[in-house]
Design a protein around this ligand. Structure first.
Ligand code: NAD
Length: 494
């Protein structure tokens, strides 16, 4: 039987005031998977009011007290983790192993943020006159609107809920309409963990009805969005009237450099992950392959051989599942057609795979390798977000390859394979990306700061820097002398 999911507002599952529900399809079969609530503006108001009121009490708890709710949430997710894995397989089409890794990621991140309870510190600074002191407290902003994408629908909710809650903010989760049920599952676990009413809320619905309304709502103080770069720009515009603090984790177009001295076997193995993880639907996916001319043919042959061994199909018995929806399928195949019309060549894939009839309406696309790509072709400029990689042969000029890598509107993840430590250190200095993986795969760690340069975003998540995004610095000036006449009333009075 198909599922139906309501909104979660002020500690209760409630029907949307419109009484409208939207359809979610299973990406492996194309069949209807469930219906989820389409919130109205009044529902948004209810959720925001609930989060706003709850925050006043939530911030009065100590962070150690707040962490107890997070630890309970971790325990409940862990106990029932298979159910979340099943949801990730059905709702996103993730292979079993990747669904399980995502749940590990959820637990790891929540654990990391819960452990921060005793690490949120301020500063005490001496004043500029005797007997004066300045306290700098880290205080929560208020209500956090957490807008999440579908590609890591559980991990992205955890990555936003964890730091927001531990620092004393309350949260409204607004998941992608492609993954409402994963978010709903996590919010239900938060309910079971006993988070006070209003601390965690869930709003689902149509962007055209509630998108701008939510992101320009006066009672929202922080908007943390993971999504496409163009969505980041839209949210920046719509939230400008409320001066919300923005945390934007946006698109990527990762360069993957294989130098002449690289361990080719290792590089090909990592590229299998960097390209086909989540069917290429990852912000840190390798999207531009630059290979040194001396090893170009050898490396591509190795990569094709490995690619051939990839089992594509339904999530429970495959290495790579479908794309998320029909629009994604036509977008990805459109990029491939355009690359060919621009003069590039498909050397592997470029079509839909042959699968049993039950999956013939699924949104599957073959792993695809394209050569003869030029730097200015669309396939090297736009985020493809699918199992497609374009390759370019590069000469023995390392400076040139660094400029090619940097020549992108995006700046999230990048990869380099070389045994030459001088080149590795040069790249570490000169590659203008938020993260560079040298001779290793990602993904990012909870203790690393995940941040994008250029159109890949602003601010960041994870690590102590990511936590700092959720607190404001409040300054308290105190004069504790017994001589009030000492205090001037004209500047400088610190
Ligand atoms: P998307 O931008 O289409 O949607 C993301 C979220 O924003 C969804 O919840 C969507 O409903 C909402 N949204 C869309 N337009 C909105 C608007 N005008 N106002 C308010 N909300 C709006 O992205 P997606 O397709 O869900 O996710 C894929 C994108 O996310 C890719 O570009 C990928 O690179 C990026 N991503 C980035 C990271 C990172 O850490 N940088 C991680 C995962 C995904």
């Amino acid at each position: 039987m198909e599922k139906t999911q309501d909104l979660f507002i002020n500690g209760e599952w409630v029907k949307p005031s419109s009484e409208e529900y939207l359809n979610k399809y299973n990406p492996s079969t194309g069949e209807l998977y469930g219906k989820f609530a389409s919130a109205s503006k009044e529902d948004v108001d209810r959720a925001v009011d609930a989060a706003y009121d709850a925050q006043k009490k939530w911030e009065k708890l100590t962070s150690v007290e707040r962490s107890k709710y997070l630890y309970k949430l971790i325990e409940l997710i862990n106990q029932d983790r298979e159910a979340l894995e099943e949801l990730l397989m059905d709702e996103v089409g993730k292979p079993r192993k990747e669904a399980s890794q995502e749940v590990d990621g959820v637990l790891d991140q929540l654990q990391y943020y819960a452990e921060f309870a005793r690490k949120i510190t301020g500063d005490v600074i001496e004043g500029t006159k005797p007997d004066r002191v300045i306290y700098q407290y880290k205080i929560p902003y208020g209500v956090v609107l957490a807008i999440t994408p579908w590609n890591f629908p559980a991990a992205m909710v955890a990555r936003k809920m964890g730091p927001a809650l531990i620092t004393g903010n309350t949260v409204i989760v607004k998941p992608s309409s492609d993954t409402p049920f994963v978010a709903g599952w996590l919010v239900e676990k938060a309910r079971q963990a006993g988070f006070p009413a209003g601390t965690v809320n869930l709003i689902t619905g149509k962007g055209s009805v509630i998108g701008d309304y939510m992101t320009s709502h006066k009672k929202i103080s922080v908007i943390t969005l993971t999504g496409e770069s163009k969505t980041g720009v839209e949210v920046m515009k719509s939230s400008s009237s409320i001066m919300a603090k923005l945390i934007l984790e946006l698109g990527g177009k990762a360069p993957f450099i294989v130098w002449k001295d690289a361990d080719l076997e290792l590089a090909a193995k990592v590229l299998m992950w960097a390209k086909y993880w989540n069917a290429g639907q990852s912000c840190i996916a390798a999207e531009r392959l630059y290979v040194h001319e001396d090893v170009y043919d050898k490396f591509l042959n190795l990569f094709i051989e490995k690619t051939k061994s990839l089992k594509i199909g339904e999530p429970r018995s495959s290495d790579m599942g479908p794309l998320i929806n029909k629009a994604a399928l036509s977008k990805v195949s459109g990029f491939v057609e355009k690359a060919v019309s621009d003069g590039a060549k498909i050397i592997y894939g470029g079509n839909k795979p042959e699968l049993p009839s039950r999956y013939s309406n699924g949104f599957f696309y073959m792993p695809t390798i394209i050569t003869d790509v030029k730097q200015n072709m669309e396939i090297f400029r736009e985020e493809v977000f699918g199992p497609v990689i374009g390759a370019m042969k590069v000469s023995d000029d390392f400076d040139e390859v660094i400029s090619l890598a940097n020549d992108s509107d995006y700046g999230l993840a990048s990869y380099l394979f070389t045994k030459d430590v001088s080149l590795a250190m040069k790249a570490a200095r000169e590659i203008k990306f938020g993260e560079l993986y040298i001779n290793m795969p990602g993904p990012e760690a909870s203790q690393g700061y995940h941040t994008g340069f250029r159109m890949s975003g602003q601010a960041g998540e994870n690590s102590k820097y990511g936590i700092e995004e959720y607190v404001k610095v409040k300054n308290i000036y105190i004069d504790y002398s017994k001589d009030p006449t000492k205090g001037e009333v004209i500047p400088p009075y610190t």
